[in-house]
Design a binder for this molecule. Sequence first.
Ligand SMILES: C[S@@+](CC[C@H](N)C(=O)[O-])C[C@H]1O[C@@H](n2cnc3c(N)ncnc32)[C@H](O)[C@@H]1O
Length: 636
Amino acid sequence: MEKLKAVVPSGLKGILSESNPEDIPSTCSSLLEFFQPLPLFQKVVRELTDPETALCAKNVATALDFKQKGNEYFSSGDYAKALAFYSQALRFAPMEVDKLDEMLATTIYVNRASSLHKMGLLIEALRDCNRAVVLSPCYAKAWYRRGTANASLQNFEDAISDMTVAMNMEVSLGGKNQIKDKLKIILDQRKRTMRESSSTNLHNDKNLGSCSNTVSTDETCQIKLQCVSTPSKGRGMASLSDIAQASLVHSEEPYAVILLKHCRDNYCHFCLSELPADMVPCTSCSISLYCSQHCQAKAGGKPSGSNSNNYSIPKSVPPDLERYIAKTLAIDSGYALVDANADHFFEHGHECGGAHWPAVLPCEIVLAGRALVKSIVDKGHSKGGSETIESLELLNNYAQMTLERKLETHIYSIILAYCLQQSYGLEFSLTGASISQLVILICQIKVNSMAIVQMKSVDAYGPLEQSRSQPSTKGALTSNIEQIRVGQAIYPAGSLFNHSCQPNVHAYFISRTLFIRTTEFVPAGYPLELSYGPQVGQQEFKVRQQLLEDRYSFKCQCGGCSEMNLSDLVINAFRCAKPNCLGTVLDSCMAKHTQQKVSWLQVIPNFGSFERHLPVCYILILHSSWFEFLSCQSIY
Ligand SMILES: C[S@@+](CC[C@H](N)C(=O)[O-])C[C@H]1O[C@@H](n2cnc3c(N)ncnc32)[C@H](O)[C@@H]1O
């Protein structure tokens, strides 16, 4: 990017720096004309879009290498490490090219199932066996492994059927004998268990192929909101009626969403939840990982079980067993659930060729690509009521951007346009007008997208609990909830909530769904405002204002910024060290900011409320050089 920025002639930079939103089609045309013949630009685009040279593509040699390492760790009894290497191998194993490649993925799934089984993760092991049989329905080892997982889960009927299928598929005598021995053990186990209890048979989870992280909340949002026009903040949200504290006022699915780069290896690229031990890789590239086939299919990966409709069962298999095989393959493909939803947009579909660009470009640029492709797909379906980029009518801050930012946004838009054209085809043309849509979209994403935050509980255990493969929260010595920023998303209605440093609503996320709840009683007609960043009490006034100005191009004048408040005054203060003094000490830098704030407050209409805090301000400001102790009991 820096090299591309540096070669832009100063004349073009001058035009860009003076440009307004209506000039964008012509600035895009000029920059496109300049870049198109440039070898440096062509090289950048080639590297980003060529799937042949991309490291994100599937690669048999890399997969085999990781599989080999997994086998070594498995043999040495380090099942956790074996699991990690098998998962890496699966990322690179092709799943849809030819028979040989499919067998590679199948054997890795079977090996990973063995590691999971050894670690006591039985449901996860069963799910991997299901993936293996879906990929290669005639592979005896996959059915055998499934049988052992089902037996450990005490699903004896299924375990016996799995072993019988394995016996029918196995060709070698040695293999058949091994299956026979295992089947005998399972039959004995079943007999014993039936004697011990007649009702302990745990049943197979029929949703093994789907995502357990789907949002299930019975609470519906009853409160009617209206979009209002404000004199200084543009549009905003207000309620038509009084709203009680903690009421759900809004919930919404994202228009477009992306997982952040630092979460790529640990969170599902579709539902943004933490990945389970048996994560599923994308079928066409080595970047995206999912918590289930259901999420993988919803994001746009192609079904990996293409063979499951097209397999030839040995003639020796009796009809009831054939029905059992068909039923097992149907349950576990996970794709039927998605196909039923014809409206669904496959957000990873156009990125999924293995080319570099979705992995290399900044997340908000890839997000812009997702939003644009969605709008093209929606327009193509031309369904009444579906939103397009223009009808989203999101605010943008192009006019307030610096030359540096305008230039960067233009260059990224041109590059993204090339990438989308390569992956998405001719529906996206390379003209100043079409690229200008991307420039606007990137600016809109800057001021309207929301950071998706997930809660992660970090529990500390005693030595006994630590040794268990899966410690439960019960028995934790300490428990900590950490907030992790995992994604960035556009919520068209959610982005209409304006900012306040003293917000009256709070946003949170379950999976990708946005929820907004009141934090206090809000009277009818009163604006509902979120905090876009740090609130009063978390950061001082100056820092908050700078953050908001840099990112959202406005100067905050909410209650927390326009009225003097104790938190802002004492956030960087220290308690006086004198034994009998209850005073507060500010460092000189903070005192200077506070002084500036007071002088700024004196010229704004809310100045009256400053008088309430006058004693505090005076004491803090008048005596605020380093280590000057204040005798100021009056403020407490
Ligand atoms: C996510 S949008 C909120 C909706 C926006 N007001 C609109 O008309 O579409 C964020 C933008 O709204 C404006 N905004 C939000 N909160 C504000 C505030 N407290 N004071 C001034 N402008 C604000 C800023 O222009 C900001 O970049």
